[in-house]
Design a binder for this molecule. Structure first.
Ligand code: UD1
Ligand code: MG
Length: 454
């Protein structure tokens, strides 16, 4: 049986007090709506229909590369009205999962369960029992069977005592949606077309309404304001941290770790506190990541040690390298095995060969370095003449003395030595020594100025 997904994403999100539409607010580094879309894509569904309204073009543009059917709900007249706007594109057969763009953590397992129970009955919902059910639609049961959903504002005092709530996630037969939605009325306290009214319609049609509980309660938490967004962020992070630890990652404090993307980690990876991993990262066996590092779209091979407060973006790091503290590896950096990059060293768009070292206060940009070369403290590759970028080529077994400037384009041959403090503007041939400084002024028996006694 074919399955569609309908995502409600037309709400304004007034309580966020933001110019960004609510469904574009980030959770774990990506829009709320993207979490829902990604989960929907794991479900083998035929189409994903998203109802947009506020910030429409911006929302559509964010997901322009996704295969989504967009339906506009010009006026937000209620959740039932929202789903009604999809009827022109909704298949007449199969089932639809109805999800909310602001309930980002709904899980694949819960939805598969909902699908399987709803296929038997024609309609099912995800419910949850809460100690404090204030504000939610209440599940009305009779002899254990669901009869209706009553919104908080429409409920009697007795109904307010009910702790089982509607999470706003449903699975309904498309034929029934086509039949029921045009019959909704807005005759209620809020004057809205309630999607929840289809439950009573199902009962009137003699159907049984199935229900499932979410695998984890945070899956059905909605986001309405920044407090809820921050609270859900922590729960989602805790969930991801737990998964990583179950896979063998040693997080020194799971509460002080953030993953905004995907991490593939080997065994005995040790991650100290306040590390942020972004995008797609892969970290090999026995890698240690020191406190406060930020690592984005980077692969770090086995045995590497990253000391605190180092920043990586779009880089490839070999085995057994030592990096940091306070190193910055920018896009296009590739380090071979056994490389050392020390404190306050910035590397951009450069390849550094096995065993080479740049341990202190250095900028390497658009540079190729061979094997076993040593780049002295304070070396700068001058890769930019104000308009164009040029390359610096450094061979194998090169020694660059401290505080040297290598003015690109320039090449330093294998085995060459550059004296400290040199400004190198011409190529240095293999195995030669190049020293380029102004002549040293010297005076024997020099006396420093003396303090004048008053
Ligand atoms: C809804 C449910 C309630 C449930 C709660 C769970 C109804 C009538 N009530 O209430 O039973 O306990 O969710 O959180 O459905 N939206 C649109 N267009 C609209 C109205 C809403 O796209 O015209 C979207 C919103 O952006 C949001 C979702 O639908 O993503 C839910 O709407 P919301 O107004 O938050 O519904 P609740 O009153 O919270
Ligand atoms: Mg709501």
């Amino acid at each position: 049986m074919s399955t569609s997904v309908i995502i409600l994403a037309a709400g304004k999100g007034t309580r966020m007090r933001s110019s960004l539409p609510k469904v574009l607010q980030p959770l774990a580094g990506r829009p709320l709506l993207s979490h829902v879309i990604e989960t929907a894509k794991t479900l083998n569904v035929q189409n994903i229909i998203t109802i947009f309204g506020h910030g429409g073009e911006f929302v559509q543009d964010t997901f322009r590369n996704e295969n989504i059917l967009w339906v506009e709900q010009k006026e937000q007249l209620g959740t039932g009205h929202a789903v009604q706007t999809t009827l022109s594109v909704l298949p007449t057969e199969g089932m639809s999962l109805i999800l909310s763009g602001d309930v980002p953590c709904i899980g694949q397992k819960t939805l598969n369960q909902l699908l399987s129970v709803s296929r038997e009955t024609g309609i099912g919902i995800v419910t949850l029992t809460l100690e404090d059910s204030t504000g939610y639609g209440r599940i009305i049961r009779h002899n254990g069977q669901i009869q209706a959903i009553i919104e908080h504002k429409d409920a009697t005092d007795d109904q307010h005592q009910i702790k089982e709530i509607n999470t706003g996630i449903y699975c309904v037969s498309n034929a029934k949606l086509h039949e029921w939605l045009p019959q909704l009325s807005n005759n209620n306290v809020q004057g809205e077309y309630y999607l929840t009214d289809i439950i009573a319609m199902a009962i009137a049609d003699g159907l049984r309404v199935a229900s499932v509980e979410p695998e984890f309660s945070f899956e059905v938490e909605g986001v309405n304001d920044r407090l809820q967004l921050a609270a859900l962020e922590r729960k989602f992070q805790a969930f991801q941290a737990k998964q990583l630890m179950q896979q063998g990652v040693h997080l020194i404090d799971p509460a002080r770790f953030d993953l905004r993307g995907k991490l593939i980690a080997g065994q005995d990876v040790r991650i100290d506190i306040n590390v942020i991993i972004e995008g797609h990262c892969e970290i090999g066996n026995n890698v240690e990541i020191g406190a406060g590092c930020i690592i984005k779209n980077t692969k770090i091979a086995a045995g590497t040690i990253v000391k605190p407060y180092s920043i990586f973006e779009d880089t490839l790091v070999g085995e057994n390298t030592i990096i940091g503290p306070f190193a910055r590896l920018r896009p296009g950096t590739q380090l071979a095995n056994d490389v050392h990059i020390g404190n306050f060293v910035e590397v951009k768009n450069s390849n550094i060969g096995a065993g080479s070292k740049a341990n202190h206060f250095t900028y390497l940009g658009d540079t190729e370095i061979g094997i076993d070369s040593n780049i002295g403290a304070g070396t700068i590759t001058c890769n930019y003449d104000g308009v164009n970028k040029s390359k610096t080529l450094i061979g194998n077994h090169v020694f660059i003395g401290s505080n040297s400037s290598l003015v690109a384009p320039v090449s330093i041959g294998h085995g060459a030595t550059v004296g400290a403090g040199s400004t190198i503007t011409r190529d240095v041939i293999e195995n030669s020594l190049a020293v380029e400084r102004s002549k040293q002024f010297s005076k024997e028996n020099y006396q420093r100025p003396q303090k004048i006694k008053k």
